[in-house]
Ligand binder design. Sequence first.
Ligand code: ATP
Ligand code: MG
Length: 729
Amino acid sequence: MDTSLLNGLNAEQLAAVTWPPAAALVLAGAGSGKTRVLTTRIAWLLDTEQASVHSIMAVTFTNKAAKEMRSRLSSMVENAIAAMWLGTFHGLCHRFLRTHYQDARLPSTFQILDSGDQASVIKRLLKSLNIAEESLAPKTLQYFINSNKEAGLRASDLNAHDKTTRQLIECYQAYDALCQQEGMVDFAELMLRSYEVLLHNAAIRTHYQQRFNHILVDEFQDTNNLQYKWLKLLAGDSAAVFAVGDDDQSIYAFRGANVGNMQTLMQDFGIREPLKLEVNYRSVGHILTAANTLIANNSGRLGKNLRLPESKQGEQGQKLRLYVADSDFLEADFVVSETKERMKEGVALDNMAVLYRSNAQSRVLEQALFAASVPYKIYGGLRFYERQEIKHALAYLRLAVQPQDDQSVLRVINMPPRGIGARTIEAVQAVAHDRQSSLWEALQFLITEPANRKLKAFVDLIEQLQAQAKGLELTETITAALDLSGLLEYYKTQKGDHQDRIDNLQELVSAAMVFNSADVQTEEWVKTDDGLWPLVAFLSNASLEAGERQAGEGEAALQLMTIHAAKGLEFDTVFLTGLEEGLFPSEYSLQERGGLEEERRLMYVAITRARERLYLSAAQQRLLHGRTNYSMSSRFMDELPDDVLQFLSSHRKKRQETLKIRQEPFIHAKRAKETFDGFVIGQNVRHEKFGMGVIMDAKHKGEHATLSINFGANGLKNLSTQFAILEVV
Ligand code: ATP
Ligand code: MG
């Protein structure tokens, strides 16, 4: 055996890694080496030939984590691990359904719906059922469907006690029928369908139960009930389930995750005591203290300790740096300048992360980074593949493999505009409705009439794409689709600057270039003979990895992501931004039972991502979802002990400056004549929140002027004329 594998582990870690082939739960805090233990255990099982690559299944929480584990394993063992069942729940279920599509009653070319796609399908469904959005909000239905699927419940399993629920159940049923007809599978369906195949098909179930001797699960605290049932079914009586998790990092309760699964696992698999790891190897002392102090405010914890390793005792590291900016723009500037400082200090860009509570917050940061030419990369969320132009392009590609996909037909039948108006589209829908067929079949029927020239041209185009997809390489297929569809040309000739859309479309070709179908383990899939499978694999991957952009691979980039997406990862430097009441903790969470504690766990996850340096920042004024918000800083900042914090904001200094200004309201005569987006220095203005103020200074002319306004007791504020509502008095 390669003993170096086990070198450097502490006694508890070693015991966990070499645990006999029986069920175990490792319960331990952030940075204590759970993932390292899990990875090392796989390597050890392989190395000591207790298990083969074939007989191990490992579940991670994100695609990024799966990739990291794969590369770590490759460096630890000689075995070729490409074929190992290692991935996210969704990824593994997808693989399972590709292999057993017939048993799952799916077409071999089934497509995955991400949540945006799902929302459009639901809207379309409601329209076809003549249900107005006012009487049933699409979001409500989407939530109803997903939460039931995640609980393992079909429409037929549900009972209605009132009219509203009856309607929801009927719509759920109709939605499933529609997806089935069009060969579409949403995220929750990937899980539920796989589970049902295993449950109802004894031969398949036995095959997998015999195959997997070891099932290892990372981030176990965030499994939902269906995932747990799926795992249990796969494990059967013989597989050793090895789960690692941390109750303090459970952050998916809103999606049905159930920390109670830890207890259930122990009961179901006869685990007497969880294994514990108590040394944190990741963060310096001050960061650890901050995390421990914060999470102590939660109740009902399973209770764990985290301490520094002996060798690092007394190494507190630098204090956490706190910064309260006047606006989100200035907060972004702060992130940019500190990033540059850290780079000068020798920290690589990819070793730094900017975290935020919600995806929408990234835009301002992106702008600032872009302007400062700092390369960055966004993880998680549905960024790249969610963009309109990419969705259009993917729709063409989907039609090339599966023209029955009504969703895609509707998306691109007149995009780019080819003179097919809403009335014609309704006519096509009516024919499909009468004939109980897909839109594609309705089109086939309609084009026999010479008057329907434009529809004929669209059908010809799709058929041409189908032919291309069978004969060409993946990248060529995509290039051809962009050209033939006219999409690229459309954006090139449209008024306005569409360069980023054009870049994105081109990026899709780059994505195809770096796409390695081996990554999605096609060897087990049924490779249809029609030459379509690389494209099918690519499209599925696009849905699964939405947002995890491949382009720019190898280039060092600052890592931007939501806190949810950062789970399990670590960075030398972390910027935790947007620490404002209403944003983090989110307004929504405060109305939910247990919501605040879940937000606090999220904060705990965020803090514990940092190894050396942690910045905490907030903005007093933020433009989000088209509205300017003025917020107090987050209560989580107040929950941190003072002695681990260093206040960077110039607030104390600024307060003195404001006083000075108030005493000497001297305004330079020349500047007083200039106008800044219609405002002049020295003018009195009223702001809805800050009250009366006087414009002391201004920057930038035109519509993006920033005014420094002295609001007396409310202090000096820098407000953008674009966003702030100011009344001249
Ligand atoms: P999280 O809860 O955030 O997922 P974790 O418990 O999975 O954290 P790991 O990511 O496995 O923790 O480990 C945290 C860091 O500590 C990693 O950089 C890892 O390599 C390092 N580490 C773990 N164990 C040891 C050890 N015995 N000696 C030195 N470093 C270690
Ligand atoms: Mg981990």
